[in-house]
Design a protein around this ligand. Structure first.
Ligand SMILES: C=C(O[C@H]1C=CC=C(C(=O)O)[C@@H]1O)C(=O)O
Length: 396
């Protein structure tokens, strides 16, 4: 491996973006407000499960772990994929730090991109799960009658078919400007998983652990209803507070064996995205000596913001009642280093692109006091994070 820094030229970024499309294995990760941006390309070694990774051997490992490894995926989905890249580009303070295996020449590799001609693209069809409302009503009944099951985060999928293939180069300018969220792309062969998630699963830097509870949601209204009014109603909603408190408590319990000095507030704040408001509790702690990044990640994943409570009963319910497996939707995506640093986000507000087909994902935390129609509206608003970007690209 050789390593050097270079300036973040506009051309360089453009070429890196084209390589995201061109290379068989590629990855992009930007944390909110661009604190960290990483591009990674080419596979030295890959893993299909984070259980098998020995993180001491490679300076950087990138990728994602699916939501539920026990469920196999359909052709529209992507499953766990981790790789140690041949080329990585880490972008901090306007400087690119490049790490590249000895056999590749950086400037010839960078230039080796072919430009594609732009062809008009159209949406040919949009297919929804027709019986989702019925299944949510059935779930609410189950939650009212079941003594044990408290919460199930129920997923929905929507399949969009386009007239032409979608690429990251086409989506890039729309994706990158959503700087309030993570922006994540993971490519394996002909599939891309793309996420604009606001939800951090875990970050570890200099022994400081950061995670967050994000659950309890209100959609922004078309009539531009005052933001603070929506936030106040959300903070006062018993259903959302209960949904949120379950998540906070569960995260703290799962982390407790591995950390010390917890810091978090017992009253949630609000996290704003362009489409939604969420109850939000940042949780900080200090990692205990000898604890590995992946051990923490495995302990946290999946949080009850994505599965439910109790976890095993919620997962069992989802395996039977969600129409399609999730693959990386609700999974853990990001990077980690052999110095026990790294960051993972939760793969929501996401889609899988496979040529002309785009599979969109959304889910909502269902409790016994949930209203079917408002959960439907909430998932519509969650779909719109990605849908509005696709629309922008198509109508250009
Ligand atoms: C499952 C999703 O959101 C989760 C994360 C934040 C808030 C949630 C909620 O309020 O239901 C969900 O638990 C999704 O966006 O598809």
């Amino acid at each position: 491996m050789k390593s050097f820094t270079t300036n973040a030229q506009f051309d360089t970024i453009n070429q890196l973006v084209q390589h995201l499309d061109q290379d068989e294995s590629s990855f992009f990760f930007a944390s909110p407000n661009n604190q960290v941006r990483i591009f990674a390309f080419g596979c030295q070694k890959s893993w299909s499960n984070w259980q098998d990774i020995d993180s001491s051997k490679y300076s950087l490992i990138v990728g994602g772990q699916d939501f539920d490894t026990a469920r196999s995926i359909t052709p529209h989905q992507m499953s766990s994929y981790w790789f140690a890249p041949k080329i990585s580009v880490t972008w901090k303070k306007n400087q690119l730090k490049v790490e590249i295996i000895d056999s590749i020449d950086w400037s010839s590799w960078l230039k080796s991109v072919h430009t594609n001609t732009e062809i008009d693209n159209q949406i040919l069809s949009v297919n929804d799960e027709f019986d989702w409302l019925e299944r949510v009503t059935q779930l609410i009944d189950t939650l009212k009658n079941d003594q044990e099951l408290k919460k199930v985060v129920f997923g929905r999928q929507r399949l969009i078919t386009l007239s032409e293939p979608m690429t990251i180069t086409k989506l890039w300018s729309q994706l990158i400007e959503q700087a309030q969220s993570y922006r994540i792309v993971l490519k394996q062969k002909h599939h891309y998983f793309v996420s604009l998630t606001p939800e951090r699963l875990l970050s570890v830097e200099n022994s400081q652990v950061q995670t967050a509870a994000l659950a309890g949601t209100a959609a922004r209204k078309d009539d531009y209803q005052d933001e603070s009014k929506i936030a106040n109603t959300l903070l006062k909603s018993n259903k959302d507070r209960q949904e949120h408190d379950y998540v906070t408590q569960n995260i703290v319990n799962k982390l407790a064996p591995f950390v010390k000095k917890f810091r978090y507030s017992t009253t949630p704040g609000i996290l704003f995205t362009p489409q939604l408001l969420h109850l939000y509790t940042p949780i900080q702690a200090t990692i205990l000596p000898g604890v590995n990044f992946l051990t923490l990640a495995r302990a946290l994943h999946p949080t009850p913001a994505l599965a439910g409570l109790p976890q095993q009963s919620a997962l069992a319910y989802l395996r039977v009642h969600e129409q399609e497996p999730r693959g990386l939707f609700g999974g853990a995506l990001g990077y980690f280093t052999n110095e026990n640093q790294g960051e993972l986000a939760v793969g929501i507000r996401s889609m899988v692109i496979s040529g002309r087909q785009i599979q969109l994902f959304a889910g909502a935390g269902i409790l016994s006091q949930s209203q079917t129609q408002s959960e439907w509206q909430e998932t519509q608003a969650k779909f719109s994070t990605m849908e509005s970007i696709i629309q922008e690209v198509i109508s250009k």
